[in-house]
Structures are given as structure tokens and as C-alpha cells.
Design a protein around this ligand. Structure first.
Ligand code: NAD
Length: 372
């Protein structure tokens, strides 16, 4: 087993998730790599202080150059606000550091193009984060589609839905300000989650029509006075992928909490999975002239086997563990037939779809997706 020495830049919500996932690494059966979290960079002293509980961390710093220049680090996790992606990812590429970058992989299409071009001219192994397809039900849905069991595809709906922004009193943060999050707003936050599997399955939209909503336009600032909240809250995309591909990313979807849903229907079969009902996958087939939806129970097992018994449940932190298992296995050449993380080319293709959606939101017309 090889060891991967990890450094994190951006020790916020997601940086802490990685630290926790590494802490549970022993749950993975037979993984070829053992990650060790050694260094964390964050400009916030409070964020850095959280990592004092991780005994393997030898370096806590506010200066990211200390990680970029550290030859004893093998892999970086770059989990910073979107306006910093391009600068930081390009620095990591220039330093020859492999990394898992967070979505959207550049604040906009131009940034994504520059990052992906730099990667193409380097030997750096980089992937983009997207963990929800590692839910066992999502894996089963993906494998069902990949097997060809649907026959000719009729239509697909895919969505990622939050609702914490229903609370108008929720304070402003960087994800709700375009200068940090990007003009794409919610699509920058959640778009990759609904494009990872479609792009992997070869469903690349050619045109897109988007309805974009800025529902809550002010939020309380640090002193309680209103601050402009200038990002899209909800985005509903109708894409032409040779069939209707409906993609929804919403921060204001009443009743939903991190719900990732996929429903795909074909002439021979269909499949539906939602993390709102994480133990069940529904599959459609025609049997003896009857239309049958069957419910399959899923357990804890995902792409990489774990010690957790199959009868138990799977959750968000398990998905993070599986995504990192996929990233490090692929880097090691040991991914096999499993689902890999979003590739740089897919991240760019996702940006092309979202950029067309942004244009469509302004024009009110369907818009071509560049690169197709
Ligand atoms: N995969 C997912 O499910 C998921 C979920 C949430 C966020 N994200 C993505 O992760 C990234 C980070 O989001 P988050 O929710 O962790 O944000 P966060 O605000 O919780 O954490 C970001 C951290 O970056 C630090 N930071 C800011 N500027 C820095 C700099 N110059 N150098 C070093 N550190 C700096 C901040 O102090 C903060 O601690 C974003 O790209 C976001 O889209 C992914």
C-alpha cells in the first residue's frame, strides 16, 4: 500500500470533511492507498485551529506557498471560494502538484478554459469533486443506464435541491455574492452535481433554455443591515441532449435538504433514485405486457467495499469517503471499472452548459452550448 501525503488549501466546510473522511479510511477494505493529512492552509486562524485535533498534521499556515513548495506533499485538496480557483489551481499546476479541485473548477467558463489548458500542458493529475454519485442507489442507477437496459432514451430529469435559503434571515456569505461565487450563482454551486453523470454517460447538451430566479435579493450582513444578495437562487435548465434533459439546481426548494435526484426513462427500461429516499432505487420494465416499477433496496456498499455491513445505511460523509477513494485509486492506476471523479474535460464541458444557461437566462431564448 502506498501513502499519499495530503495538504488542504481551504480548511472550511469541505476541508474538514476530507479530514474526517481520512479519519475513517480504515473502513475501506483493500484500498491501495493510505492518505495522511499533513498540512493545512487557511487565511482564517479559527479555521486553522480546528485542524489541531488531527495528530498527523505537521503544518498549519496562512501562506499557501508553504504547501505548494513542500516536496513532502503528494496531493492537494483545493477547497476555497470560487473567485480563488483559477489563481490557486494554476499555481498548483505550475508547482507540479496533483490535486482534487472543488467545483465549479474556475469561477466561469474563461477560468475553466485556462485551468484545463494548463493541465493539458502538464503531468498533473487533477480531478474535480462530485460525491453524490457515490451513493449506492446512484451507483445502481448509473450502472443500470450504462448497461443499456433503458434502450432508446426518452427523457431524463436530474436535480440537486437545497432549501436552507428559504430562511430570509440567513446571513449573507460568499456563496451568495456574485463577486466571490460567480455570475452563475447556484449553478456554480450545484451545477457540477447534475452534470457529472450525464457527461460521463455521453449526454452532452447541444442547446439549453434556462429559467433563472433571484428570489431573495438581500440578506443580513455582519452587522445585521441588508446586503445585496446578487446570485441566482434557482436555475431550471431544459437541455437538448438528443432527448429532453431537464437539469435543476435550487437553493430554494421547499422540503428538500441536499436532495440529489435522477430519473431516466427509455423505451426498454427506466430508473429513478433520490437521496431523499436513500435506501431505494426504482426500476421500470415492461414484463408480460405490463408496466412494472420495482423497488430495489440498497445497502451501505458503494464503489469501494467497506467494513460497514451491507444491511446498514449510507450517508453524505460516506459519499465523501468514496469520492476520495476514487480519486486516490485513479491516481494510483487502480480505479478499474469504477466511476471516477469529474475529469478536467468534463468540468470544462459542464461550464460550457452552464455558460449557455447563463446567456439563455438573459436572452429568454434557447442558446447553443459551445464545444458541441
Ligand atoms: N462537493 C460538495 O458537496 C461541496 C459542498 C460545499 C462546497 N463545495 C465547494 O468547496 C469549495 C469551498 O467551499 P466551502 O463550503 O468549504 O467554503 P467555506 O467558506 O466553508 O471554506 C472556505 C475556506 O477557504 C478559506 N480561504 C479563503 N481564502 C483563502 C486563501 N486565500 N487561502 C487559504 N484559505 C482561504 C476560508 O477562510 C474558509 O475557511 C467551493 O468551491 C465550493 O463550491 C463543495
Amino acid at each position: 500500500m502506498s501513502v499519499a501525503r495530503i495538504g488542504i488549501v481551504g480548511g472550511g466546510l469541505m476541508g474538514r470533511e476530507l479530514a474526517a473522511a481520512i479519519g475513517r479510511w480504515a473502513a475501506l477494505e483493500d484500498h491501495p492507498v493510505q492518505p495522511r493529512l499533513e498540512a493545512v492552509c487557511d487565511t482564517s486562524p479559527e479555521a486553522l485551529a480546528w485542524f489541531e485535533r488531527i495528530p498527523t498534521v505537521r503544518l498549519l499556515t496562512a501562506d499557501r506557498r508553504a504547501l505548494l513548495e513542500d516536496s513532502d506533499l503528494d496531493v492537494l485538496y483545493l477547497a476555497v471560494p470560487h473567485h480563488l480557483h483559477e489563481e490557486l489551481y494554476l499555481e498548483a499546476i505550475a508547482a507540479g502538484k496533483d490535486f482534487l479541485g472543488e467545483k465549479p473548477f474556475g469561477i466561469d467558463l474563461g477560468a475553466a478554459r485556462r485551468i484545463v489548458a494548463a493541465l493539458g500542458a502538464s503531468d498533473v493529475f487533477a480531478r474535480c469533486s462530485s460525491e453524490m454519485p457515490y451513493f449506492p442507489g446512484a451507483q445502481l442507477a448509473y450502472e443500470t443506464i450504462r448497461s443499456g437496459a433503458l434502450g432508446q432514451v426518452i427523457e431524463v430529469e436530474h436535480s440537486f435541491l437545497h432549501s436552507s435559503d428559504l430562511d430570509r434571515g440567513k446571513p449573507i456569505n460568499w456563496k451568495r455574492q456574485a463577486r466571490y461565487c460567480g455570475q452563475l450563482g447556484v449553478m456554480a454551486d450545484l451545477g457540477m452535481h447534475v452534470l457529472h453523470l450525464p457527461l460521463r454517460l455521453g449526454w452532452r447538451p447541444r442547446r439549453v433554455y434556462a429559467v433563472l430566479q433571484d428570489i431573495v435579493q438581500e440578506r443580513p450582513g455582519p452587522d445585521g443591515s441588508p446586503v445585496r444578495c446578487d446570485t441566482w437562487d434557482n436555475a431550471t435548465l431544459h437541455a437538448d441532449a438528443g432527448f429532453p434533459l431537464a437539469l435543476a439546481t435550487k437553493r430554494i426548494a421547499p422540503g428538500e435538504t441536499n436532495t440529489w435526484r435522477l430519473r431516466a426513462l427509455g423505451m426498454d427500461g427506466g430508473v429513478e433514485f433520490s437521496t431523499a429516499n436513500p435506501k431505494a432505487v426504482h426500476r421500470f420494465a415492461l414484463r408480460d405486457g405490463r408496466q412494472v416499477w420495482e423497488r430495489l433496496e440498497t445497502g451501505s456498499q458503494s464503489a469501494f467495499a467497506t467494513v460497514t455491513r451491507p444491511i446498514f445505511e449510507f450517508g453524505f460523509s460516506d459519499a465523501i469517503l468514496q469520492m476520495w477513494a476514487a480519486y486516490l485509486a485513479e491516481r494510483e492506476g487502480a480505479l478499474g471499472d469504477r466511476l471516477g471523479c469529474v475529469t478536467p474535460a468534463e468540468a470544462l464541458a459542464a461550464h460550457e452548459v452552464l455558460a449557455a444557461a447563463q446567456v439563455s437566462g438573459a436572452s429568454g431564448a434557447s442558446e447553443p452550448v459551445t464545444g458541441t
